[in-house]
Design a protein around this ligand. Sequence first.
Ligand code: MN
Length: 523
Amino acid sequence: MVKSVSKKSFEEYSLNSIFFENTDLNQADRALIKKAYDFAELAHRGIKRKSGEPYFIHLVATAKNLAFLGMDGTVIAAGLLHDSIEDGVATEEQIKKEFGNEIAFLVEGVTKLGHVRFKGMRRHNESLRKLFVATSKDIRVLIIKFADRIHNLETLKFIETPEKRKRIATESLEIYSPLAYRLGISAFSKRLGDLAFPHVMPEEYKRVKEILKERSKENVKNLEQFRRSISKKLAENKIIDFKITHRVKTLVALYKKLIKNDWNDEKIYDIIALRIMVKDIADCYQVLGIIHKNFKPMIGRIKDYIAVPKLNGYRSIHTTIFTGHGGVIEVQIRTERMHQEAEYGIASHLSYKAKTVGVEGIRKNQKDWVSKIFGMFSKNSNSFTIMEESKKENEEDNHKWIHDLAICSDRPEEDDFEYHLKEDFFSDRIFVFTPLGEVIDLPVGATPVDFAYHIHTAMGETITGAKINDNFKSLDTVLKTGDIIDILAKKGATPNIKWLEFVKTSMAKRKIRAFWERKKREN
Ligand code: MN
């Protein structure tokens, strides 16, 4: 029955097109995927995408992205089903009955995440990223959302409203791509970024693309020559087991670097980098030695991310050398395993292969992975830069956390699963929005008064009412994640001492007390 599947022997959106992306899927996984495939086809029958294509195509595309990442049957099935309630005719009960609680949970998570919207306040991006992680609850939900978003970006041109196109693209660039990067899934991070970039900054995109084209032309010739001479040197030194490839910098990464360098691309040496893959770490250092012995390295450009991995777990040795023909090139040295991790990150541990080998260790509290994604979460880490700075403090368990991440989000046992469902790792915080879409995080139980004081003392002191999601509510209303709060304030109004009975933040308490003590003294 099983025929050898060649690339062309199946339709683009057939069941086999999914299996082709992950050839390690076992019989049970394939059966589960087939069931979800048929279910999704039925649930979306007759429904069309904006492009005029059958909606079902979007689900297969999502599933293929997940299979490409090495995900198992559960995740791929959830990917196929992710829109069947919102955009199809299925119900949550049907999914639970047909596919069980775990898949229903993943589908529900993706749906919920779809309701969290980017509202365009740059300085609050870090809070928004936290909100996305908090909402997704299970790392697999995020991964499905990435896969979904990639296809949405691929078909973004069919969305008619320019504002909507821009919102989706900006959200992908500012939230999804960085999150995927932080999870180490650079394969997804790069695609999300480069697909979104032209929609967010069309002019800059053109300019970067032009520079890349120019530089690639001159580089490729050098590259081939250099590849041959390195291969020769490695062979002379008895290193036989190696692979040399090259990678081109993504447009988004190049754009960021160009901005830093005032659009002067001459000082950017890693637009195209040579990649040498060897069998173990010892070989990595030996190759580095051989290269430095034969080519002069550029001072200050040797980075050992094997000894000191990046915060997202990335490992590799980077060095920039003079090729001897007037050229300069970056060389990256790593093992095959490091390469897998660099491309697929957390997903490479969650993946099918890792699973069949068995992941040993203790399941950790989900709180751990959330805080690790966000570095020094409890401190004032409101931006990526602080993350980068705190990198050194995190060095030691850098690599371990990816592993931990994988364990805690690995397919849970039935009992465990229920446990994790109830356990909300963001149980102590809520995330609400200002009318302008800024994300404010507050402790659970916080009220409009806490919110007002959080924005500004003057606003707290003069608050007279609040609209929550467009409805007038009392000042002691307990806020919940996702609420949009519009504070009504009146000049000359004063805080009420009774507010102390319900406010949650210590700041609000302190400010209310201070106001009344001041009043007393004045009397
Ligand atoms: Mn979708």
